[in-house]
Design a protein around this ligand. Sequence first.
Ligand code: ZN
Length: 468
Amino acid sequence: MQLAFFGAAGEVTGSCYLVELERTRFLVDCGMFQGGTDADRRNREPFAFDPRSIAFVLLTHAHIDHSGLLPKLAAGGFTGPIFCTAPTADLAAVMLRDAAHVQEQEASWRTRAAARNDGRRIRPYSPVYTLLEAERCVRRLHGVAYDQRIEPHPDVAATFRDAGHILGSAIIEVAVRAQGVTRKLTFSGDLGLPARPIVRDPTPITDTDVLVVESTYGDRRHRDFASTLDEVAAILAGTIGAGRGNVLFPAFAVGRAQSVLCVLAMLVRAKRSPPLEIYVDSPMAAAATEVTLRHRDVLDDETRALLAWIQTQPKEFRLRFTSDTGDSRALNSRTAGIVIVSASGMCDAGRIRHHLRHNLPRAGAAVVITGFQAAGTLGRRLVDRSPSVRLFGEDVPVRAGIHTVGGLSAHADQPALHAWLRHFRAPPQRTFVVHGEHNVATTFAESVRASLGWRDVAVPALGDAVPL
Ligand SMILES: [Zn+2]
């Protein structure tokens, strides 16, 4: 038996692990590489294995760095099922179609730009995969219930446990039979923080032979949730409450946008905020919110109580989803009193840019940044207090208040990761630390050795194949 690491090894994106047994081989996740200058090239490279040889895929959750290359796998000849939780199947369908759409747009934009510069007939750029290929892949998604044992092959049994990261996210426990012996592998997927809105707490796992654990924030401690609520309450009071301006939340459409809505509802319900008129202006965020509402059974109790409250308070908490660009544009004339939740989270694309163009020059407005802002993005320039930013070819002065709110992360920090690991009754025989930048993963591995006394904790390198 062998476990090979083809992504998220010494980095955060591109999760992809290959498990090879005597009679079958399968993948856990098949994610896209994101960020950095060579992500596009890496996403286009042929897989290090033959997609036709993969019997099935186990998918931890819908985020594109875990699911984004599944259409390429299917286009390359993979014909098996992709097992995931039912909410993940719905979210992944939304996200993979969107990813294909964005790639098709980008490819045609690049082709036109190259033709303009060169003038001659040039070979058209191609997307990593097309919308049609994404559709074909979406048909391979098989949603299963949490805690339900499935047997995709006579030598493999898998169970999805709630990872508390985003809707549908799972830790996957896999029992495999090799040389007559059964061994247990546990893939943490991305782990969430306990006691956060929307999702339940990560499920404790008590035993495994081999553990593959994420380490995105394995070297740090997050701001607590209570102070995040305080900060947002103060911003709402100083803008909406004082009648001075609008509040903009640039947010990732899947996960973060729904967390922001929860925080706003919690504050209004507790009378810590004035009544709110909220516009979710992102088709993807609207679709993801709709999927969330369709899967109420997997939401945490607090969120279900909050949804029941929202239904009885249409005046206190007025939530609208803008459907077309006309509705979106109509918000431009509103100079005060509304909350806009829009994508993209880093302000480098999407409708949020139009809202920023209109609201950044308004001194009474506020922009609330809730997620990581990569270097070079518009969001990062706002966080870095740039006095003006470039939007649609014009310089836009930044007079609005820019606030960074740190407590809405969907990832466990070091104390939360340690707490989850402490549920194992005995150290796994082998632990592999993945899904963290190299120095973070190394720091985290060292902390596990030091604090928990686990001996065999390794940070695999890209392409490593480990016999088990
Ligand atoms: Zn994730």
